[in-house]
Design a binder for this molecule. Sequence first.
Ligand code: GLP
Length: 642
Amino acid sequence: MDNQPTELEQYERIPTKVYKTPDDAVGVVAASIARLIRRCQQEGRNAVLGLATGSTPVKLYRELIRLHRQEGFSFRNVVTFNLDEYYGLPPHHPESYRHFMEVQLFGQIDVPPENIHVPDGMISRSEVFGYCQEYERAVQDAGGIDLQILGIGRTGHIGFNEPGSGIDSRTRMVALDRLTRRDAARDFRGEANVPGYAITMGVGTILQAKELALLAWGESKAAILRAAIEGPQTETVPASFLQGHASCRCYIDAVAGAELTRFRFPWKVGPVDWKPIIRKAVVSLANDLKKPVLRLRDEDYTENGLAQLLVETGSAYTLNIRIFNELQHTITGWPGGKPNADDSNRPVPAEPAWKRVLVFGPEPLDAELGMAGTLHRLCRHQHEVTFAYLTSGNLGVPDNEARMAISLLNELNVNRPEDVQGKNRVEDLAHELEHKAPFDEDSLDLRQFKGLIRKAEARASCQVLGLALSRVHFLDLPFYEKGRYRQFTTGQEDVAAIQDLCQRILPHQIYITGSGADPNSVAGISFRLVSSALEACGNEAWMKACQVWMYASSERPWYPEEIDMAVPLSPAELAVKLDCLYHHRSQRSQTPFVETQSGESWQQAENNNRATARHYDRLGLAEYEAIESFKRHKESEARSRK
Ligand code: GLP
């Protein structure tokens, strides 16, 4: 492997390939796996693969399955070792990693079952130590791992080596970090059901593999990837230890790579085309020097590596004013356009004065987190706002919430003994909830019931914002209703449902989210579905005039240079937003510790909105309580210009 970093990559201590999409990346990784297996076939030996779980490698496994099915590629000479397993889950449990691997890969290729190794999560506590040593020995006996596939957790973990794991750590039992458990909460219908422990290969074990490939997609991984790839080697970010491996490479998509120096501050690593990044450069200089934009001096630019920018754009004076105005023009309290106003410098056209607005939320709560304040404003300005929840979100409802709702229904039924059918349904659900173990899957009936809970919460939260309930739609897209996390398959019927709604509403504005989300997440899938539906409507007159806006997720606040429309919220509006968010009570964190409250998604959204406002303030713009941010959906705008 050619590991020499180019000038552009000089900050990167792990060679990193950045691809436009995850599909492009997995094509390359799958091809190198295939080459390895073929080479071993020729040498008459087994290829030893280290495998990972999580959403990240799913696309890679699909490509390997495709190679097997369509190109007759064989895995008969492959031996596999998985990184980790939840402790306490039997192999057939739907969320065990063993089961995951069966469904996502093993069951669909011809790898001999006796060649498969996944740590046993059911080993008794007293035997764990010996068992882990045996697992290591089995890896050695197989000749060591030729290629280890890795994902990365938001804590910087590889396998389940959470922060604190040493460079020499071996296969062992570990306690899972709180953030990791929260990330897994969806799989287990609530954080309370996520196992507290796991068995994982150690960092030292992983580093013994001959070659390592770390994959990562989506903006939620951007910050931790920067720490792992460019930061110091530290136990706080176990993935940073990969820097010490002679043959490790990261394969990531563009949004996951966004925080690497070559993308975040490209002028620091080589010559650049300034045009598309002027705002970014000025904002970052103002940040570094803690100065408002209008107070930056020529010397500030020349002494901080931005002399070239001045040469191309004139002086600090003209550049500062230009960028200040650009930032100023992103701010509007009129997200639906300001009637009868000069709109030449406003993000939204004044005409038509009253707009039809269509807001898509992947799951209940997503759009509320991103734009409840803006929704409230659009309603107050009397626009015709339609809110479409793409999925019911039933997979996110913990059993306890369902138990509470059932007890309410039971009370009601006591008062209405004549409703026999209703009574029977309630009894069946109550029976299921009483008898299911925490890890058990829900029946379709229970999923539907949980969906009703989320819909009731969603309606209540919409009412806080002043939305007419007749304009709140639940599309219940089939991909979600029929699927489960990490295993969703979309179809034409999903796109058709969205397209149909668009054609009924003929919106002047559409709001969506998920462009930077993990492509396997509900938000990521929803974004692609809405994009396909909009593309299919591309030639229709309404679509050509339609503005498509993307709202931020609660993952991270956007930088001012990325924002095309900033909608300020007053303290009172922020309070309305929080009131709206609180109605999604089934989504509150379930860890009963007070100090974890800051991890609540509404807290994160509030923090992000306040952080954006502070950022604008620091740059010398008006000081607001909070700001919701939006980006233009460039693809649909480019299409409409054609
Ligand atoms: C899990 C696994 C890791 C995986 C990580 C990221 O905790 N133990 O091996 O890399 O989480 O998960 P995802 O790919 O779903 O983001």
